[in-house]
Design a protein around this ligand. Sequence first.
Ligand code: N01
Length: 535
Amino acid sequence: MTVAHHPNDFDAVVVGAGFAGLYMLHRLRSAGLRARVVEAASGPGGTWFWNRYPGARCDIESMQYSYQFSTALEQEWNWSERYASQPEILKYVEHVIERFQLSDDIQFNTRVKSAVYDESAARWTVTTASGEILTSQFCIMATGCLSSTNLPDFKGLDAFKGPQYHTGQWPSDGVDFTGKRVAVIGTGSSAVQSIPLIAEQAAELLVFQRTPNYSIPAFNAPLSEDERNRIKANYGALREAGKQQILAYDIEYNPQLAANASPAEIRAECEKRWRLGGLYFYGAFADMLIDEKVNRTVADFVREKIREKVSDPTVADLLTPQAIFGCKRICADTNYFETFNRANVKLIDVSEIPIAGMTALGVQVGDQEYAVDAIVFATGFDAMTGSLNRIDIRGKSGEKLVDKWSAGPRTYLGLSTAGFPNLFTISGPGSPSVLTCMITSIEQHVEFIGDCIDHMRTAGLREIEPTVEAEEAWVSHVNDVAASTLFNSCNSWYLGANVPGKKRIFMPYIGFPPYVEKCNEVVANGYEGFTLSAA
Ligand code: N01
């Protein structure tokens, strides 16, 4: 018998066509569900669609920052560099769409305005900015952790006469800074990647720094066919090794405690990490982000390396962070600190006298006006909750998610939230997400959600929702784990501290392997912590 469907009624609506939304679509369709992905952008890729600033590149190696659900895909795709550039990541995304024939079920240029749960029908109504209505049993938010840009509320933003850009919303046809005097505001990962390239092009570059960041050279290089083949020959083992490590990818994690090591051993490990480059430093010692003394020793090593790179001692002092090493995400760079040795680059410290705002001519700091032709805001994101809170999501009794989360996000496993049945969040707050290789975490979530939906359909269940008790216990566990580390010690976006007024809560869950173990236990115990109800 053929079942007639209204064209806009689906089993599942997925919001977002980044890595999460695309794999979710593939998984749902493989199980025979009618699914639709809606995406605000004009193309796929999520955060990689928008972050097209000069030098945008992943800080996790390409052979690991890629899907692992399909061995054939893994074997056929050839990454050209150790760290993939943003354009190459988009090519990969397009290849995945074509290979798994996903495009027919993706609707681009469609921003979701609201998602409202109808308790009597046990269905979600998703309304788009143009007024289109889609309904579905399941609503899956694949909205990304770093997709809602953060533009500080600077005075006079409209007064500035020149062009303004945000690294997270970069124009798709690029920007030519040749001959221009350019301001970059911010010194996080996006700035660290873009500053060296903007400096090469612009006549003059002014970098406005509030807090210096630790950055380790990425040592990016082309990947030879031999290297690729060597990895591909043993891909499964590499992926498995990654899943056993805290960041969900292989960083040659050292389980040793530095507290038990000699100074020579610590030095040797730091030198090794420096040679490995970038985020490999997170694997240096098991106690690096737990024991402040250990952290100081590692940080001193990195500070020494930074100082060696910068010729002017005053500039070197300003660029050298004093914070806990790794508390804010470590950056991976190519010639970042060296760029400040260029005659056309000036570092402006705004740590004591903050940026007062923009004027018609440029940036005002105290009584000093810096005239520029263009301003680049590398000011980051309203991370993890920003994209969800910008959608009007309403659960049972019309409760708004934004109200429920006003004192910080509350989820069970970062996958679901009490009072919002059949709503799933891929890499939501309370899951390891941003502290891991995102794609590995995304795959684990997609598979959890896919298996859960399969289970519900087989068992004839119509609703799933976490209990308030399970959610409370999970939220306090996430906080307890964070409190046992040094992660609460700085003003990071993990804590929401970069967005004025945002509640200071450590949002991601620290530790991929224990998290996966917990999820598996929940399933093995019949979706423990969830209430499932029959049709
Ligand atoms: O953003 P950020 P991002 N006045 O929040 C400054 C991922 N990512 O886009 O530190 C002056 O880190 C702010 O200063 P402060 C990665 O996970 C990955 O760079 O708050 N300055 C900071 O310097 C990363 O961690 C890749 O004092 C102001 C900067 O703006 C995350 O995205 C590449 C200010 C924001 O830094 C976010 O990185 C890029 C103000 N009012 C990003 N407000 C790779 O894979 C903010 N700032 C390599």
